[in-house]
Design a protein around this ligand. Structure first.
Ligand code: GDP
Length: 298
């Protein structure tokens, strides 16, 4: 991801590297190039506009440093603005004052929710927590089985309806799981919920009901970074329809252009909290805007 954008940006910076001084016309031309590069990377238009406005304002403004040459100054500003659109500070998980902390996962089918549930559980376990994975996705055939396999691999407990028990109500499974966590001393509950292939009122309604029933400390929206701007529109729909407190980018290892990752924070107003970079449980980390910006700038 971001390879094409990184290449484009380094080409742009290369072309101004030798200049001793940048005129306003040079800055405008550079900003135009950066704008095109962002649009080609499929970054949402309002994000591009804000970004370019900031670059122009700051590069033409008084922030002239004697220690940096013009190209270095532009790179510094672009770096800072990239960090800003990615959310600035790293946003940590909100833990409940009184355990268990409840984390609800939402998103479309195939976004990577169930995989993420396993990754998050493993990560929490390595950080001295005792997570309980909850299979409240009763829609997708085998989602329960998949979560059980992931739980075993991560070495964490899972709460799922018994096969053939007739429990088909995800709201009840989610509610009961909180009791189970209290009984067994789990301090974090991760509730995997059902997605659909597209935005669907029934799915939204179910997610709202689960949310109301378990009163989560975090509602994390899992977004497939491979599907570009569509993913960002979906995130907005979930923000408005269910309410989300953070975003997880999945499939950042793919070769998509990266526009979703660069747009989602600005468009939804919600922080990106984690990043998923592969199918294995270890392919997961806290999202750091500054590290991502450095990666993009190469
Ligand atoms: P869900 O329907 O949202 O629960 O999605 P799943 O967790 O079942 O994931 C859908 C597919 O994407 C599976 O084949 C996963 O192995 C794969 N997947 C999930 N996360 C990642 C990731 O970060 N990178 C890659 N390459 N594949 C992923």
């Amino acid at each position: 991801m971001f390879d094409a954008l990184s290449d484009r940006l380094s080409g742009i910076f290369e072309s101004i590297r030798g200049k001793g001084r940048l005129t306003d016309a040079d800055i405008d031309a550079t900003a135009r190039e950066i704008r095109l590069a962002l649009l080609e990377a499929d970054v949402a238009l309002p994000v591009v506009k804000t970004f370019i406005h900031q670059i122009k304002e700051r590069c033409k403004g008084a922030e002239v440093s004697k220690a940096l040459n013009p190209a270095q100054q532009i790179i510094k500003v672009v770096n800072e603005e990239l960090i800003a659109i990615l959310g600035g500070e790293t946003r940590r998980l909100n833990y409940a004052k009184q355990a268990p902390t409840v984390i609800m996962l939402a998103g479309l089918q195939g976004a990577g929710k169930t995989t993420l549930a396993g990754k998050l559980a493993k990560w929490l376990k390595s950080d001295e927590h005792s997570p309980l994975l909850v299979a409240a996705d009763l829609q997708r055939p085998n989602a329960v089985g998949q979560l059980q396999v992931l739980a075993e691999r991560a070495g964490v407990a899972v709460y799922a309806p018994e096969p053939g028990s007739g429990v088909g109500d995800p709201v009840k499974v989610a509610t009961d799981s909180i009791e189970e966590a209290r009984r067994k001393g789990h301090d974090v509950v991760i509730v995997d919920t059902a997605g659909r292939l597209g935005i669907d009122e029934e799915m939204m309604q179910q997610a709202r009901e689960i949310r109301a029933a378990v009163n989560p400390d975090e509602v994390l929206f899992v977004i497939d970074a491979m599907i570009g701007q569509d993913a960002v529109n979906t995130a907005e729909a979930f923000r408005d329809g269910v309410g989300i407190t953070g975003v997880v980018l999945s499939k950042l290892d793919g070769d998509a252009r990266g526009g979703a990752a660069l747009s989602v924070r600005h468009v939804t107003g919600q922080p990106i909290m984690f990043a998923s970079t592969g199918e294995k449980l270890e392919d997961f980390d806290v999202f750091h805007p500054d590290r991502m910006a450095s990666r993009i700038l190469g």
